[in-house]
Design a protein around this ligand. Structure first.
Ligand SMILES: [Zn+2]
Length: 81
């Protein structure tokens, strides 16, 4: 099971945005950055979406598998960018 690199707070961010709280290992909660994670690009491969995020505070990039609850329309829009 792949865990996300951050906990998403849907009340704070629209759609696919998240927050940077992990370090190099997903789930380690070592990053004290706390910056907003912007979804830059989505890729569709092997039957599922993956989302490339970039932290707006520190610039660190993450590639995260999209979850079932993610907005499919928004994923398609990002994939077409
Ligand atoms: Zn960050």
């Amino acid at each position: 099971m792949i865990r996300r690199n951050f906990v998403r707070k849907k009340e704070d961010f629209v759609c696919l945005w998240g927050r940077h709280i992990d370090g190099d290992i997903p789930g380690d909660r070592l990053a004290d950055c706390g910056g907003a994670m912007e979804p830059i690009k989505a890729v569709y491969e092997k039957g599922r979406f993956r989302i490339f995020y970039k932290c707006v505070e520190c610039g660190k990039g993450f590639l995260v598998k999209a979850g079932k609850s993610d907005d499919r329309k928004e994923l398609v829009r990002l994939a077409r960018n």
